[in-house]
Structure formats: C-alpha cells, structure tokens
Design a protein around this ligand. Structure first.
Ligand code: ATP
Length: 211
C-alpha cells in the first residue's frame, strides 16, 4: 500500500492525501496531467519537493533507492532493449536485481505469458516495437518484485494482444500476491478493471473512481 501525504513536485503534482491500496490500479487522465511523473515518484526516480510517500508504512525517502527499485520495479514508456539475444535481455533484469539466473524452461514460460513467439537465442535486433514492449514485460515479471509500475505497457500492441498480455500480467500479480500500478490510455483496459481506476487531473487525484 502507498500513502501520499501533502505531495508537491515542481508545478506538476500537488496531492493532499491519496491511498493506493488495491492490488490492481489503473492510472488514467489527460495528456500532461502528471501520470508518468507520479509513477516515477513511487520508486524514487523523482523525489517530492514537499510531502511524503509511505510504502507499507515506511517513508520511501528514508529507504535506499536501489534496494527500493528492486522491490518496486518500473517499466518505462519506451522499453530499453540491450544488444544480444532474447535470453540475454530476460536474464539482465535478474542480474541487475542481483538474483540468480533463470532456467531456460522458465524463460520460455514467461515468453508465453507475453505471447512472444521467439527462440531464446534469437537476436533482438529485428524485434518490432510491440515485441520489444512484451520482452521487457517478461523481463520485469521474472524479477519477482513486490510492486510493478507500468507506464503505458500496451501502447504498441494491437487490441487482441493487449488483452492477452494485460490479462496475463494481472493473473500473475494476483497469483503471486503482488501489486500492479499501470498508467494506461487504453479505454479497453480501463473498462476491464473499472474498480481500479485512479484519475489524475492537473497533477491531483481524488481517489479511486469507485470507492
Ligand atoms: N522533470 C520535469 N521537469 C519539468 N517539467 C516536467 C518534468 N517532467 C515532466 N514535466 C512536465 O510535466 C507535465 C506532466 O508530464 P507527465 O509526463 O507526467 O504527464 P502524463 O500525464 O504522463 O502525460 P502523457 O499522457 O502525455 O504521457 C508535462 O507538462 C511535462 O512536460
């Protein structure tokens, strides 16, 4: 659970009090309203000018940022893919988070979760934007974090693939007792999880649309 208390950041965010306590949260809102900036604050890619963010009761400003980011993982809007193979790109998240590498069977299982029909030794050089997005999603799922912050995770996917991938992500989060907070512009996704919607407008948020 995240609690936001009297948060301000530049001219962009100003929130008195906000509690994010649902397992799945979809952040929606107009372009430029501060959604990405807010998401970045939850794993200290941005720090507030004023106010506090508590995660499970602890002020994240007092936590080591690197350790926090191993538990609260963010997938940025433009996913980063490294030169090499599909396998290299899956294992690198585990290396970054100082976890043991995964067996090939497990890597293949996660490629299926994101509907990426590629071989582990295929090069990433020719992947499409949507394939890169799915590869990065599989990479962070493997990292076994407590919280997943996803910024427009399905922006490059067609509707059918989007549904499959997001539903698998949600299932993964529920089965493994994790938390998912995703920024989405997709009305289809927001419609699927109506009780999860938090709308940010002009840098502020009044809470879940359905209390
Ligand atoms: N570090 C920064 N310094 C100053 N202004 C910034 C910074 N980061 C973002 N902004 C500005 O803050 C506003 C909110 O940006 P943000 O990316 O959070 O919006 P968003 O709701 O995610 O938008 P979109 O839906 O278009 O992705 C924008 O006007 C942006 O230009």
């Amino acid at each position: 659970m995240f609690e936001i208390e009297n948060l301000t950041f530049k001219h962009i965010l100003h929130m008195d009090h906000l509690c994010i306590d649902r397992q799945i949260t979809c952040i929606t809102g107009p372009s430029g309203s501060g959604k990405t900036t807010f998401l970045r604050m939850l794993n200290r890619l941005n720090d507030p000018d004023d106010g506090r963010i508590l995660w499970n009761g602890n002020d994240i400003a007092q936590m080591d940022a690197t350790k926090l980011r191993r538990k609260v993982v963010m997938l940025k809007q433009t996913p980063v893919v490294y030169t090499g193979t599909i396998e290299d790109n899956l294992q690198i998240g585990l290396q970054f988070s100082k976890r043991p590498l995964a067996k090939q069977e497990k890597l293949k299982e996660y490629l299926k979760k994101v509907q990426l029909d590629k071989q582990l030794n295929d090069s990433v050089a020719k992947l499409s934007g949507g394939e890169k997005q799915r590869l990065c999603l599989a990479r962070i799922m493997l990292m076994d974090a407590d919280v997943y912050l996803l910024d427009e995770p399905s922006s490059a996917l067609d509707k059918e693939t989007e549904n499959f991938v997001i539903e698998n992500m949600v299932q993964f989060v529920k089965e493994n007792n994790k938390m998912l907070i995703m920024v989405t512009h997709s009305p289809a996704i927001a419609e699927l999880y109506p009780e999860s919607i938090l709308e940010i407008k002009d840098g502020n948020c009044e809470g879940y649309a359905y209390e």
